[in-house]
Design a protein around this ligand. Sequence first.
Ligand code: NAP
Ligand code: MG
Length: 508
Amino acid sequence: MASSVPVHGNWIAGKWVPARSGRTFENRNPADVTDLIGRFADSDERDAKEAVDVAAEAYKSWRLVPGPQRGEILYRLGEILRDRKEQYARDMTREMGKVLKEARGDVQEAIDMAFLMGGEGRRLHGQTTPSELPNKFAMSVRAPIGVCAFITPWNFPMAIPAWKTTAALVCGNTVVIKPATDTPLSVVNFARALADAGLPPGVFNMVSGSGSKVGMPLLKDPRVKVVSFTGSTSVGQTINEACAPSFKHVHLEMGGKNPIIVMDDANLELAVDGSIWGAFGTSGQRCTASSRLLVHKKVVRKFTAMMAERANALRVGSGLDEKNEMGPSVNESQLDTVLDYISIGKAEGAKCVAGGRRLAGKAHEKGWFVAPTVFADCHRTMRVAREEIFGPVTSIVPISSLEEAIDVANDSEYGLSSAIFTQDVNKAFVAMRDLEAGIFYVNLPTIGAETHLPFGGTKKTGNGHREAGLAALDVFSEWKSIYVDYSGTIQKAQIDVPAGEASAKKKK
Ligand code: NAP
Ligand code: MG
């Protein structure tokens, strides 16, 4: 019944409010498009401006709340998310398709971040260090920056907003987030949890709607001081350019084409297990998806046969059914992109050894399902071996040595995650040193980051910042260096003779 479909507003100043336009957009289940999950505020620049007004006002008091108190609210957030984990995971699976086990992991990542940054409220360490002059004290502290605007993707609909939000809030900033149009419900749920944790009104605000109508106005608002974006490299470039005129701090986390190197001494069972998980987890819609498998020629035939068998055996269907191992693509346009790349791979001469088609039949006809696809005998120059597909497609590229594998791996515009399967510790260390990526795994696939380590990539994956871990604090705070002189004189740094030099002079 249409009337039973929930309608969600924007979360501004601690209240749910409709978009100024009065319009809404639909959110549907990609495993069954007849399942209408809800209607969400179709906002524009007026709603974005109002949210920034509120966040700018709230900043005046939130920045003065002591760090430990900010941390306690985040700690409560973690507890609330833990209590609601199952419901929020089910909502997430329904809105974007990943299987329940993975959706629970996504909520868990938000819980982990809440506890990590909750604890950071009592640390937020700066430095104390001796001054070069007597009777003078020197230290550095982290200062908040102001209103932060977040633009987030649909593939980790709660984890990524939580990475950004918890780090920003513990530092004393306020937030306006524009969630991906495909996954507003997970951010609605996150906003509810934050409110129930006792976050004061206006400190965290959510405005749903499109990138152009809500995202762009946030980037142009002079009161927004920090922009943190996760999404595609092409949109990231647009965002970078839009922020440049007003010198905003910009943090970008973007695409990947992540290689796993499989050496001839690898435990092949383990390597195949890892490659299946890395390539087809979240239907390949992870920025860290293992989309290039660089396999030693001595084992590539066996590896390929094992991969094909395992890929063909994966159970694909609605993520709400616990028996299924892989869900759908997130929407029709993503499905079309994936199918286009499958055609491109075939036309380029890559050998399709598993999948390579849209899934039809009763369990799949209402959703955007693609069969897990493995291309073998790929050459490093093929588009399927170079471009981010963001779907359940992986490409096997044969290699003859570790040196060649590293060369192929680094021959990419991206540098997010990388991995090697080997039992030779020397090879593992060479790969660890030489792979150009922000994340590296030994005997694991390219997915599976933990929240207390920095997350992000090199080259066109990022712009030098990191998400998560304590590294995230650097995005959301500015260093303030402080000197306190209690000598009663104006001592001039670098000019007034330091003690050591004075005694050297006396000796002469
Ligand atoms: P996307 O198309 O770039 O969208 C990301 C966000 O940007 C969405 O909220 C989108 O809004 C918004 N947006 C689009 N155009 C905009 C514009 N002109 N101005 C302001 N905002 C705009 O990416 P996606 O398809 O959601 O996500 C997949 C991509 O994200 C992949 O490339 C993946 O590698 C990357 N990713 C990277 C990481 C990482 O940490 N490195 C993590 C996850 C995903 P709408 O939803 O309304 O379009
Ligand atoms: Mg949806």
